[in-house]
Design a protein around this ligand. Structure first.
Ligand code: SF4
Length: 766
């Protein structure tokens, strides 16, 4: 494998045609300015790294942007998306005014009229069909205060728990896995672990394209021989060329690989016995969990105690040679990986992202990765631990989700009477108003449309009519007229196409916000420019609807001050040191704080030297999220995927992210430079497969799955190189919909769909 240092990596980024440089200020609009440029600080909004940026404001417009050299995440760097991000504010087709569909066409209306229609329809739907007939689907673009207002409106005012966000598609398995393993959601460490680690192991994570600034930090450490970067992955990507060693495994084999590594650690007596005895317990759960294909996708898991002996017996099935037919990894490589993890002289950080979480056993895989670190006692300490990256900004990384998940409250769980009482007390409502039954998660909301169970749906800042798996099914469901659909967004999308009412959303610099990143940093973002037309924050739109529904008492906040007011109320849920939130005053003007944070931040959670919530009497660590103050090693078996390849559909299809685009591209496709660099989707094939099929670069091919087909150009040896029998399609293109092919199987514990494996056939289009 060729090697790449940081300088080469920057050149590779530039070679996309999307960026000439990363460090200098870039004028992003041009022409006709009078005032001097004033530089203001803000976090970038296009991925979960949350890079600190300096935005140049002139004449009320954002005209330039550069990395903030003092920002902890990026230290002055930015990737191509961040570098051109301000252009996404000024797309020519920006939604400026409210619209209502009349005779099949969306027509402009006064904002107040749209609010009246939405409120009337919402009230009538609840009256006629009950509170379970209304649902809200939010976004990873949300500010924490948007999420808080949404949760309060739906759960506290309407009494419906049918609320979820697009983060379900990216990070739900990481959240469920962490909660199951260490008892708390969100990473125990932070991005700073990169500089403390001796070894980073990337798990099926093309970090060069998904989190390029963090990859750059790794390469900088590697350049000075202080860090080795290892990759386990199902395909060769741009990341593979820049690191020390890349090991291929078979699609879906993660659990078998993890258990094989653990088996080797145990067999070689490299377990940290002292850590296990003091800080770990063993658990097993239900194994007949299905694939979430029908019915409720979130299956309750009932943990049962297990013993060390049971765990050792369990691992016996995964000895490296025995599991090789599943993993595709040579036994000597498993031994080598085990020795890296177990070496007492090395600090090891495991890093992964959406591609690993998008797995029909995603929660179990996340549990398994924690297992490795718990077995050798390398967790929750500088350079030792796990760092799941989430893909989406904001909500995906808002470690406590402000009550915008189907089973959550701003603190705690709807099933817990004490948590409902706390919410009711802070909200000033009768606790009986809060439904004690968790609501529908993302796929279940859209399946509810199919069955006419969901009759009112409000979508905020996300594009499910492109991003849902098995898309034809959900597009058919949304095309029916039994559900009234409201969409708030900044740009027209395939989802505004199905809306009955569209509301104009303010984005990024146009509104004040508090955001969280994947490294637990909470950052304040000030309003710097005016939103276009009638655009407003999602929270402002929801507050207006709440007032029209008669809930003005619950939302006594103004458009100008609602962020501070709702943040202050949200903070009342989090007075405990384990989840404490800083004041807005502490965040304003600064570069953020690692949550939990009061006057100071928490660098490593559950580590008694760093976390004020951890009890020093328990030794170096206190996993207080579990009642017995121990982390759990789970006995989660490898199980086959929901769908397999066969003679008719012989290729594995994976889908995902490219450097130049975020999500479904609704923002990044409005940035001319990025759109020109990667204007449409393509399918990457292995060179030998392509040769056998008579396919070259640019050949038009048809991909066919058991659910649908798409046509698109082929790419061979251009960017990523799938292994033989695999193909990859980026998912940002709303004109070439890879999700017409994907299967809506999901992890039944987290509800996160598996976008990484479905069976397809490849045909040359003649
Ligand atoms: S790495 Fe993410 S946060 Fe940083 S500049 Fe790029 S898109 Fe923005």
């Amino acid at each position: 494998m060729s090697q790449l240092d940081r300088r080469m990596f920057l050149k590779v980024l530039a070679a996309t045609g999307a960026t000439p440089a990363l460090l200098a200020a870039q004028d992003s609009s041009g022409g006709g300015r009078t005032d001097a440029v004033v530089w203001k600080r803000t976090p970038c909004r296009l991925c979960d790294v949350g890079c600190g940026m300096l935005v140049g404001i002139q004449d009320g417009r954002a005209v330039a942007i550069k990395g903030d050299v003092d920002a902890p995440a990026n230290r002055g760097l930015a990737c191509v998306k961040g570098y051109y991000a301000v252009q996404a504010l000024y797309g020519s087709d920006r939604i400026r005014y409210a619209m209502i569909r009349r005779n099949g066409t969306l027509v402009r209306v006064p904002l107040a009229e749209a609010y009246d229609v939405i409120a009337a329809r919402l009230r009538a739907t609840v009256r006629q069909h009950g509170r379970d007939s209304v649902a809200l689907y939010g976004s990873g673009q949300w500010s924490l205060t948007d999420a808080y207002v949404a949760g309060k409106l739906w759960k506290g005012a309407l009494g419906s728990n049918h609320i979820d966000t697009s983060t379900r598609l990216y990070s739900a398995s990481a959240r469920a896995g962490a909660s199951g393993s260490v008892g708390v959601d969100g990473p125990l460490g932070s991005f700073a672990d990169i500089e403390h680690a001796d070894v980073v192991v990337l798990w099926n994570h093309n970090i060069a394209e998904t989190d390029p600034v963090l990859f750059s930090r790794m390469l900088e450490r590697r350049r000075t021989n202080r860090l080795r970067v290892i990759e386990l992955a199902a395909r060769t990507t741009r990341t593979s060329y820049g690191i020390d060693r890349s090991i291929r495994y078979a699609p879906h084999a993660e659990l078998a690989v993890i258990h094989a590594i653990c088996h080797e650690i145990v067999a070689r007596r490299q377990v940290n016995r002292e850590f296990i005895e003091r800080h770990v317990a063993f658990r097993k759960g239900s194994t007949a969990v299905g694939y979430g294909l029908e019915g409720e996708p979130i299956t309750p898991d009932v943990p049962a105690a297990a013993s060390w002996k049971e765990y050792v017996n369990f691992l016996g099935a995964y000895a490296a040679r025995k599991s090789e037919p599943i993993t595709g990894i040579a036994p000597e490589d498993i031994t080598w990986l085990a020795s890296l993890y177990a070496d007492p002289a090395r600090k090891v950080l495991s890093v992964w992202g959406s591609a690993l979480n998008q797995h029909a056993r995603g929660t179990w895989v996340n549990n398994g990765l924690h297992n490795i670190h718990l077995l050798v006692g390398k967790i929750a300490a500088p350079g030792n631990g796990v760092l799941p990256l989430n893909g989406q900004p904001g909500g995906a990384a808002a470690v406590h989700d402000a009550g915008s998940e189907p089973g959550s409250l701003p603190r705690g769980d709807v099933r817990n009477a004490a948590d409902r009482e706390l919410a009711a007390r802070i909200w000033g409502i009768d606790a009986r108003r809060i439904n004690a039954r968790p609501g529908r998660s993302a796929l279940a909301i859209f399946r509810g449309l199919e069955r006419s169970d969901v009759r009112f749906l409000w979508v905020h800042g996300t594009n499910p009519m492109v991003s849902l798996p098995n898309l034809a099914r959900y597009r058919r469901a949304a095309a029916g007229d039994s559900c009234f659909v409201v969409v708030s967004d900044a740009y027209p999308t395939a989802t505004t196409d199905i809306a009955d009412v569209v509301l104009p959303a303010a984005w990024w610099l146009e509104r004040e916000a508090v955001y969280g990143d994947a490294g637990r940093r909470l950052q304040h973002s000030a309003q710097m420019i005016q939103p276009p037309g009638d655009a407003a924050s999602d929270a402002v739109h929801m507050i207006e609807i709440a007032r029209r529904l008669g809930f003005a008492r619950l939302f006594p906040w103004t458009a100008a001050t609602h962020v501070e007011q709702s943040w202050n109320e949200y903070r009342r849920f989090h007075a405990h040191p384990a989840t404490r939130l800083p004041s807005l005053a502490a965040l304003r003007g600064g570069r953020g704080m690692l949550w939990p944070a009061g006057s100071s931040e928490t660098a490593w959670r559950c580590n008694t030297a760093h976390d004020p919530a951890a009890d020093k009497r328990r030794g170096q660590f206190d996993f207080y999220g579990h009642a017995e103050h121990r982390a759990w090693i789970w006995l989660r078996p490898y199980q086959p995927p929901a769908e397999t390849t066969d003679a008719r559909y012989p290729f594995w299809l994976a889908s995902g992210t490219v450097l130049e685009h975020a999500g479904t591209g609704s923002l990044t496709r409005r940035i001319p430079t990025l759109h020109r660099a990667v204007p449409g989707a393509y399918v990457e094939l292995n060179a030998r497969d392509a040769e056998e099929l008579g396919i070259g670069n640019g050949t038009r091919v048809r991909l066919i799955s058991r659910r649908g087909s798409i046509e698109l150009p082929a790419r061979v040896n251009v960017r990523s190189q799938p292994a033989r029998g695999q193909v990859f399609v980026p998912s940002f293109d709303e004109h070439v919909l890879v999700n017409m092919l994907t299967l809506d199987a999901c992890c039944p514990l987290s509800g996160q769909p598996d976008y990484q494996k479905c069976a397809v056939r490849v045909e040359r289009v003649t």
